[in-house]
Write a protein that binds this ligand. Structure first.
Ligand SMILES: [Zn+2]
Length: 240
């Protein structure tokens, strides 16, 4: 087989392998990263809503307890008032008056706190409703995003399978010594290109200097010749 034909077949194989490698890195890195970002966003949305809902419920609980506290104070006030009506001595009457004033003062303070809390609860209620709607919308859009990722994964898996089958066929076209050399270069270099030209005395894969002996071998094209550093197959075409 003429070298030019070997080179064409190697380049077909290299192109297929390059595409497989890109797809593999998308399947192994990019898409799982995208998926975990969606999951993180989903968890953050849910957490933000739960935290707000919990704080809201705590305020409602506080308001209920304020209500019972107030009812107890009012009850106490009524009892003391009744008691006051029945006392005969002026100093007892005055003492109860003082107690009633004290209770009344406490009731007013509690009512102020409750009013403030009720206003807060009312505002929070509107904010929570908005947040709930926003969360539902956000979760739906994340779900759609996840479906797109899943779709892309299954498309890429199919595409990869097709390319791998094509690569197996392409390998059959390459003479065994060149195929072995190519597979070795691919395994060592990991990233394409696996077949490179020498330019300005440098390997175009790792960009390191090539010895004149290797350069001559690469020019002869009789046997595959590898870069000493990255192990890619070296070619040397005559200078233009
Ligand atoms: Zn190299």
């Amino acid at each position: 087989m003429l070298f030019v034909d070997i080179l064409k077949k190697l380049s077909v194989l290299q192109d297929l392998d390059g595409q497989v490698l890109i797809i593999r890195s998308m399947l192994d890195e990019d898409l799982p990263r995208a998926r975990s970002m969606v999951l993180d966003k989903e968890a953050a949305l849910k957490k933000a809503l739960t935290t707000t809902q919990d704080a809201f419920r705590q305020k409602q609980v506080r308001q209920k307890s304020l209500e019972s506290e107030l009812a107890a104070k009012e009850d106490l006030f009524a009892k003391q008032k009744t008691l006051q009506a029945s006392v005969k001595k002026i100093d007892e009457y005055n003492a109860l008056n003082h107690t009633l004033e004290q209770i009344d003062h406490e009731i007013t303070a509690l009512e102020d706190v409750e009013l403030k809390l009720l206003i807060e609860i009312d505002d929070n209620k509107k904010a929570i409703e908005a947040l709930e709607a926003q969360t539902i919308e956000g979760l739906a859009s994340l779900k759609a995003e996840m479906q797109l990722i899943d779709k892309r994964v299954s498309e890429l898996k199919k595409e990869k399978q097709t390319l791998e089958t094509e690569a197996i066929e392409a390998q059959k076209e390459v003479p065994p010594d060149w195929l072995n050399a190519y597979n070795f270069a691919k395994k060592q270099a990991k990233r394409p290109p696996f077949v490179v030209n020498i330019q300005d005395d440098r390997c175009q894969g790792c960009h390191l200097k090539i010895s004149s002996e290797k350069k001559q071998m690469a020019r002869d094209l009789k046997v595959p010749c590898h870069c000493d550093t990255c192990n890619r197959i070296l070619l040397k075409f005559p200078e233009q």
